[in-house]
Design a binder for this molecule. Structure first.
Ligand SMILES: C[S@@+](CC[C@H](N)C(=O)[O-])C[C@H]1O[C@@H](n2cnc3c(N)ncnc32)[C@H](O)[C@@H]1O
Length: 256
């Protein structure tokens, strides 16, 4: 629960930031306070470049899997008319065991993982709306439609990626922006393929399921209902080493 006292001055805001066990995003809250996100400010800057966001002035934006809200707040800062931050899994998660030992503490409440988002929203005086919703429940009937939809770091968490992309197509009016874990499979660059991770095989995280290669993700975006899909950026791929799979992050744009 965020109170006005928490964001009143630098000391109170810093104390409120420090009281949370884990921050995923580094968000500049003003008063010289930046949240200690696992994603550093430099990481965010680089990611923003690779995302190649269009001019968001006057647009409606949906940020799917918003977590602490960095990209939703950034869309608002860039002049979006309406921004909705949507999440489910992590907002419901008790993150008390996640941070460095000195930060590990329990946060109570029905949506403990949403406290960072709520604190940032209050500190920024933001009008970003929050909706708790599962990707597979997203649709025009539950959320409405949006000019731009951000689907960043979510695709590989989907058990049913084609279904998830169909849900995204149903709420996207102009552009879906995707950022995802991807795979380079030597000698199969032109074949659409997805690498499957059972259990905790990817980063010891049971919520990670898939890594597409480039034709795999672009083909699935088209199959989900997008007319056009393009890879607009990628992080450096590891040097090829025989037949070994190489992993990187890819950034795609898809238009209905
Ligand atoms: C790796 S984080 C990415 C956070 C942020 N979009 C970014 O790029 O920094 C994945 C996010 O997707 C959310 N997520 C995973 N599965 C989801 C689902 N089925 N419905 C809604 N959100 C989901 C998680 O809760 C988490 O916030």
């Amino acid at each position: 629960m965020v109170s006005a006292a928490m964001t009143r001055d630098r000391e109170s805001l810093q104390a409120a930031v420090d009281a949370l066990p884990y921050w995923h995003h580094s968000i500049d809250l003003g008063h010289g306070v930046v949240t200690p996100g696992v994603k550093s400010p430099a990481y965010h800057r680089e990611e923003l470049e690779l995302l190649h966001l269009p001019d968001l002035t006057g647009k409606t934006v949906l940020d799917v899997g918003a977590w602490d809200g960095y990209y939703a707040f950034e869309a608002e800062r860039r002049g979006a008319a309406r921004v909705v931050a949507m999440d489910s899994y992590i907002w419901q998660t008790d993150l008390s065991g996640w941070g460095p030992p000195e930060r590990r503490r329990h946060v109570s409440g029905p949506l403990p993982g949403r406290c960072g988002f709520e604190l940032a929203r209050a500190a920024l005086g933001s009008s970003v709306e929050a909706v708790e919703c599962e990707v597979l429940d997203a649709g025009p009937e539950t959320l409405g439609t949006f000019d731009v939809v951000l689907f960043l770091g979510v695709l590989y968490h989907m058990r049913h990626p084609l279904l998830a992309l169909e849900r995204m197509a149903s709420v996207t009016r102009e552009l879906l922006v995707v950022e995802t874990h991807m795979v380079d499979i030597p000698h199969f660059e032109h074949v659409p393929l997805w690498e499957f991770y059972e259990g905790t095989k990817l980063a010891d995280d049971p919520t990670n399921w898939w890594a597409p290669n480039v034709p795999g993700v672009l083909g699935m975006l088209r199959a989900a209902g997008f007319r056009e899909a393009t890879l607009v950026g990628e992080t450096p791929r590891p040097p090829r080493d025989g037949l070994r799979f190489g992993h990187f992050r890819g950034f795609a744009h898809a238009r209905p």
